[in-house]
Design a protein around this ligand. Structure first.
Ligand code: FAD
Length: 299
């Protein structure tokens, strides 16, 4: 069943060029909903079963319930639906890899930033968890670092329509830093789906061992037959080996990529998430190794 979109308030558009704009999303969702009702022969409104706690067309308040510092600059933040609201949702739904927009206000004005929910929270919690790297001079970073338990925040989403092509036998994920968030969500879904028979490899580029985000979660996932990962450290003063992980005390370079893609080029899809420079560099190396650009997706 499809939910009718909630119309945004006139004040929801902050006129700061957010992508996507809430008004455009509402128009598109309304068209989809009308089409859905038409197809189901019921223009009066469709029976609702799923009531998502978050909406792409209006802001919803979520309260901070956990604030954990994972490294000097990285925080794990957990939010739950603000139950003082009138709507009574029954789930928090998003597709792995999708992102949410957080709206905030500072001395300059209103602005939004994108964050990716990670699947460490149960859907029935009506909330979500994100991993955030905070920058000293970042507008949202400053606010998120100081956020107090119980404080209310305004979110909309989910957005993003990446669809993985499962026809490729090998799915090769390459993440840098917090770029792990959407890739972890996608990998988590694949390994838990018994119908998927793809081999999944993750190359995770981090600064040092303290920067290996979601380390315990990745290790747990590696107990599945089809998933393995290797970590590359750009600044490896000392390697604190945990479990039996494969950790390279060096940046990810072409020979490592070659070693993995060798013999798989026609059967491999690569998915990259990191800074623009990182993603473009890895993409060009993969193309040089014979992977077609159509088979390389940049997040
Ligand atoms: C689809 C999408 C999903 C995202 N998901 C996440 C997520 O799950 N977790 C997360 O932490 N971030 C994520 N981001 C990035 C996030 O939206 C913000 O850009 C980030 O938190 C910085 O915002 P800010 O307002 O603090 O910094 P801004 O005020 O926008 O930037 C100020 C300064 O911060 C520094 N800075 C900002 N971004 C970067 C960067 N990427 N690399 C290096 N320096 C930077 C620079 O010094 C910059 O000049 C995502 C972005 C997109 C587009």
């Amino acid at each position: 069943m499809m939910e009718p979109p909630v119309p945004p308030d006139a004040s929801d558009c902050c006129n700061s060029g957010c992508t996507p704009c809430i008004l455009d999303v509402y128009e598109a969702q309304l068209k989809k909903y009308e089409q859905y009702c038409k197809n189901n022969n019921n223009l009066q409104g469709c029976e609702l079963e799923i009531v998502n706690s978050i909406s792409p067309t209006s802001y919803t308040s979520f309260k901070l319930i956990e604030h954990e510092q994972l490294s000097p600059t990285v925080y794990l933040l957990k939010f739950t639906y603000d139950d003082s609201l009138e709507r009574v949702p029954n789930c928090f739904r998003y597709a792995p890899g999708q992102y949410l927009l957080l709206r905030a206000k500072d001395s300059i004005g209103e602005f939004t930033r994108a964050y990716t929910p990670i699947p460490v929270t149960s859907e029935s919690d009506l909330g979500f968890t994100i991993i955030v790297r905070c920058y000293n001079d970042g507008r949202m970073s400053k606010l998120l670092q100081k956020l107090q338990i119980g404080q209310k925040t305004s979110w909309r989403g989910p957005y993003g329509d990446f669809i993985l092509n499962y026809k490729y036998k090998h799915l090769f994920f390459i993440a840098q830093g917090t770029g792990i968030a959407p890739l972890f969500a996608i990998i988590n879904e694949i390994v838990h789906n018994e119908d998927r028979e793809n081999f999944i490899k993750l190359f995770f580029c981090c600064r040092d061992c303290g920067d290996i985000l979601l380390r315990d979660h990745l290790y747990k996932l590696s107990s599945y037959w089809n998933f393995s990962y290797e970590v590359f450290l750009s600044s490896a003063a000392n390697i604190n080996q945990k479990y039996n992980e494969v950790i390279h005390g060096t940046k990810l370079t072409t020979p490592y990529l070659r070693n993995y893609v060798n013999g798989k080029t026609g059967e491999l899809q690569a998915i990259i998430c990191g800074s623009d420079n990182f993603s473009e560099y890895i993409k060009s190396q993969l193309e040089n190794l014979g992977i077609e650009s159509n088979n390389i997706h940049l997040f």
